[in-house]
Design a protein around this ligand. Structure first.
Ligand SMILES: [Zn+2]
Length: 123
């Protein structure tokens, strides 16, 4: 449970694979942008966050439920995560970036993930 969100998580790998097989170019974890977004497509001024449903408390998602132990600790920690990302997104928008969020649970089914990406990229 105490795992830190790591680089190259599975949901992110699924997205990267679709993007690169479709010929899209992107950069990863760009440090100079607020919140070090997971996927950055500079030409399109588009950043994609790949959010873990638990770590970013996906609203209404069954994966967001808190552990029974240390509930206080987790709710504080996760609320900070959510707020931090919200501020990062505001900052990115202010800098003229488009921001898309793909939730971990949206990456499970390949077809719907492809559709989701197509939507994001045609916006
Ligand atoms: Zn979810």
């Amino acid at each position: 449970m105490a795992r830190i969100r790591s680089i190259g998580t599975k949901p992110e790998m699924r997205i990267r694979k679709i993007l690169s097989t479709s010929g899209y170019r992107y950069r990863l974890h760009v440090k100079k942008l607020p919140g070090k977004p997971d996927i950055v497509m500079g030409k399109r001024k588009l950043v994609i966050y790949v959010n873990g449903c638990f770590w970013h408390q996906h609203p209404g998602c069954k994966r967001q439920s808190l552990p029974k132990t240390n509930e206080e600790y987790w709710s504080t920690k996760l609320r900070r995560n959510v707020e931090k990302q919200w501020m990062d997104i505001e900052e990115l928008k202010r800098l003229g970036w488009n921001v898309a969020i793909i939730w971990e649970c949206e990456t499970k089914k390949l077809d719907s993930l492809k559709t989701r990406l197509k939507e994001i990229l045609s916006e």
